[in-house]
Design a protein. Structure first.
Length: 269
C-alpha cells in the first residue's frame, strides 16, 4: 500500500477520492506511524453521520465508536445505514480497509425543539483559551506530523500535562477534517474528545501503552467556537484496564462528556 502522504497533501486530515477516504500524515497517532489517532476516525464518523441527515434539523447527541482494530493510515471505505424515526434517528457508520472493518460508530441524532429552561450548570468553568498559552506536552510523545501534534493546536487550561494526574486543555483543529468541506462543530468536538487519556495520563508513555479501545461522546449542544476544552481524569487498575472520563467545554461552559476504555500494556524491551 502506498504511503497516503503521496496520495493526499497534508493540509487536511482526509481527502476523498471517489469511494475512498484517504488519510494524510495528519491522521497519525502516537502508538504507531502506521495507525491513526482515535480522534481522526471518530471525527470522520461523526461527520458522515451528520451528513446522512443534513438539512433535516437533527442534532447529534451521542456517538459510540468501536475501534475494532488499529485504523491504518491507508485508504478507507465507508458504509452508512440510516434508521427510521420521527424525533430520534440512528446512523451506523462502518469504516473498512480492504474490505475489513476497522472502526464502527453508532450515532444518535435528535430533532431539535427549542425550549426555555433557564437552567445553569454548576460545573466549574475552564479559563478562556485566550488566557492559556502553554501547549500540551506529554513526555515521550514524538513531535512530528500527526493528528495530536500538528493537526491540533493545544493550550493547557488546568493541571500539568507533563506530569501524571488530572488535567484540562483547550484543543482546536487547525486544518479541515475532509479536504474542501467545512468541518462541523460536532466533528470538532468529537475530534477533541479522544484526547482525554493523553491529557490525564497516569503511567509514563515510554514504559506503557494506554490506547483506548472505544470512545463514547454525549453532547448536549455543539461548541460555539473552534476551541473545545477537555477536563479529564484517568484511572488504571492492576488488571491493565483503565477508564478516562472527560467533561467537554466550549467558551460558554460545559457541552457534554466523553468516556474511553483503556487497554494498558507494558512496552516490551
Amino acid at each position: 500500500m502506498s504511503d497516503p502522504i503521496s496520495i493526499a497533501a497534508s493540509d487536511c486530515v482526509f481527502q476523498q477520492q471517489g469511494q475512498h477516504l484517504n488519510p494524510t500524515g495528519l491522521s497519525r497517532g502516537p502508538w504507531s506511524p502506521d495507525a491513526q489517532h482515535g480522534g481522526a476516525p471518530a471525527a470522520l464518523i461523526a461527520a458522515l453521520a451528520e451528513e446522512a441527515l443534513a438539512g433535516e434539523g437533527y442534532q447529534l447527541v451521542r456517538l459510540t465508536l468501536e475501534l475494532v482494530r488499529p485504523v491504518p493510515v491507508a485508504p478507507l471505505e465507508s458504509t452508512i445505514k440510516v434508521g427510521g424515526g420521527r424525533t430520534v434517528r440512528r446512523v451506523s457508520v462502518c469504516l473498512q480497509h480492504q474490505g475489513r472493518p476497522v472502526a464502527e460508530g453508532l450515532a444518535v441524532l435528535v430533532l431539535a425543539n427549542g425550549i426555555d429552561t433557564g437552567q445553569a450548570t454548576d460545573e466549574a468553568p475552564l479559563p478562556a483559551p485566550g488566557d492559556c498559552q502553554e501547549p500540551v506536552t506529554i513526555p515521550g510523545m514524538s513531535r512530528e506530523e500527526s493528528f495530536h501534534y500538528t493537526a491540533m493546536e493545544s493550550r493547557v487550561a488546568r493541571g500539568r500535562t507533563d506530569r501524571p494526574g488530572p488535567a484540562a486543555a483547550w484543543l482546536r483543529l487547525t486544518v479541515p477534517l475532509i479536504e474542501d468541506r467545512t468541518t462541523t462543530a460536532t466533528a470538532r468536538a468529537v475530534a477533541a474528545a479522544d484526547f482525554g487519556n493523553g491529557l490525564s495520563w497516569v503511567l509514563p508513555l515510554d514504559r506503557y501503552l494506554f490506547a483506548n479501545t472505544d470512545l463514547t461522546v454525549y453532547l448536549q449542544r455543539p461548541p460555539v467556537s473552534e476551541w473545545v476544552g477537555l477536563d479529564s481524569q484517568t484511572w488504571i487498575e492492576p488488571s491493565g484496564i483503565g477508564l478516562t472520563r472527560s467533561v467537554l467545554h466550549d467558551e460558554q461552559g460545559p457541552i457534554g462528556i466523553a468516556q474511553q476504555n483503556l487497554l494498558v500494556r507494558e512496552r516490551r524491551p
